[in-house]
Design a binder for this molecule. Structure first.
Ligand code: FES
Length: 163
């Protein structure tokens, strides 16, 4: 028959062992969980200069589509997205160029430049933008996104932003 001192000693040892086990578990567990979750919760804005080739290959006053892809890694997910940009040279100077995204600002359908009407047309809900990217009809709430551009050694590049 155990006396009350033995019972108290056994309880004390159990409490100490559980306490030490818990501390060791937290020391190992918290960094491990943080390491596993951190790529999934990181939100960052990526920007990159995308070269679109020599500026002078783009025709004057005729918006021309340039397509490109970007690979995005979000945690363990890897996706390849395609993008389009309309290059509009409105003059012969190196700074006389504007580049618009071909993504409609309503629900992101792709717009198409139509020479006959001088309109970027969105087929999803009949959205229309003029050559300057401004909304002229339909539900789009904003003009087409205009990329920041630069021309170095005759090569046109746009600043691609991605969240
Ligand atoms: S997505 Fe372009 S008008 Fe709706």
């Amino acid at each position: 028959m155990a006396d009350s001192h033995e019972v108290q000693r056994r309880d004390f040892v159990n409490i100490v062992l559980v306490g030490i086990g818990s501390v060791i578990g937290l020391i190992i567990g918290i960094p491990a969980v943080a390491y596993l979750l951190s790529p999934a919760v990181k939100i960052k804005v990526e920007e990159a200069w995308i070269p679109l080739g020599p500026l002078d290959v783009y025709p004057l006053d005729d918006p021309t589509l340039f397509s490109y892809t970007r690979t995005k890694i979000n945690g363990w997910e890897k996706t390849v997205n395609s993008y389009g940009a309309y290059v509009w040279r409105y003059g012969e100077g190196q700074s006389e160029v504007k580049v618009y995204s071909n993504r409609c600002t309503h629900l992101s359908c792709r717009v198409t430049w139509t020479e006959e009407t001088s309109i970027y047309f969105c087929p999803c809900h009949d959205g229309r933008f003029n050559k300057e990217g401004e909304v002229v009809a339909g539900p789009p709430p904003e003009p087409l996104f205009e990329f920041e551009t630069k021309v170095e050694e005759g090569v046109l590049s746009i600043k691609h932003l991605e969240v």
